[in-house]
Design a binder for this molecule. Sequence first.
Ligand SMILES: Nc1nc2c(ncn2[C@@H]2O[C@H](COP(=O)(O)OP(=O)(O)OP(=O)(O)O)[C@@H](O)[C@H]2O)c(=O)[nH]1
Ligand SMILES: [Mg+2]
Length: 392
Amino acid sequence: MKIKKFLANDNQEALIKVKNELGVDAIILHQRKVKQKGLLGFFKKPLIEVVAAREENSDRIERSIPRKAKPLEYKTSVEELQNKIIHIKDETRNIEEKTITEEVTQIKTMLNTILYKMNKQELPDLIKAIENTDVSEIFNNLSKQGLNDELIEEIFEKYLSLKNEMSINHSELEIAKKAINSIIEKYLTSENNVENSKIMFFIGPTGVGKTTTIAKLAAHYTLVEGKTVGLISADTYRIAAVEQLKVYSDILNLPLEVIYKPAEIHFAIEKLKSQDLIMIDTAGRSHRNKEQILELKELLEQIQEKNVYLVMSCTSKDSDIEEIVKTYSFLKEYNIIFTKIDEAIMFGTILNTAKETKKTISYITTGQSVPDDIKKISTKKILNLLTKEVER
Ligand SMILES: Nc1nc2c(ncn2[C@@H]2O[C@H](COP(=O)(O)OP(=O)(O)OP(=O)(O)O)[C@@H](O)[C@H]2O)c(=O)[nH]1
Ligand SMILES: [Mg+2]
């Protein structure tokens, strides 16, 4: 035990002295007033004498001094802190690098699009510059499908704008498919859709499947929709043509009228007027034979209120389709049916034609089987055909 005596002017000063010397845990053993020494001391204020003690091995005195962190602990926390800082820096750099890479890719793609538009770059180069392999494959496929360059470019621009609009939760592939979908939707159903009359003409080149398509639709309307259907054959060029339609009319038990001259159509329609629908089969016409086309025009002009379906095969070349469409340009309103999807290897023709003609594509036919192989067109079907997930 350490004992010490302190002299002070008052109690407070004495306590401060004790605490400073012996620490906060010091014990006051004794306290008294003492007169100051010397002659003059008699007249002065008495001093306070304090005797205080503290345990010799007590380390509490140290506590009066601010405690420092143990060197080891301090070292560890500095190391931890440094590691954390490095980690945060790395993460920030990764995020920054990712953002910069994405932005650079986007700028590159935009630049390629501009170059392409300025005719300084070919469409294949534009597609080649797409960095995501799934997306470049999908665009390559559109090109292989024979979709025309303007449409691919339009899809590409849509893809770029959707990339900006859509959240990062969508994959690049999803965004690309959404872009294709939106362009299909834009062109597939036109405002010129004409399906409002009970009289339906089926016209088009030879052998594309007009008669078979009529049989499929007639079966659908009678068997599925419960409607009554009457048939008219205006195809007396081939002896077998009337026979072909008669076979279907017998199987389905549908009334059939045959006409030999355009004007006779009025009598045939009069006979079938009680039917819900009247389907007219015409002879296949070569779009290069002006005389045949004029005859067909004369037949069509007999009837004002009608739905005309131009039937074309999806196996035809784009240039042929273009010529066929041009041949029938005397018609203001018609819808299109694409046949032989099952035999086609390229499906771009469907959308190319929809865009060029601004007409509605009503049906696609997918085989020879009556009545099953016909489908109402839908965006999903065209998307599947164009992205090769062919659903037949
Ligand atoms: N693979 C396939 N064949 C089809 C399809 N539609 C029709 N056909 C076949 O194509 C051939 C011609 O069909 P038609 O219905 O006689 O064609 P059309 O246009 O009436 O012919 P014409 O009257 O001679 O001008 C037949 O063998 C049909 O079975 C189809 O969607 N796919
Ligand atoms: Mg026919």
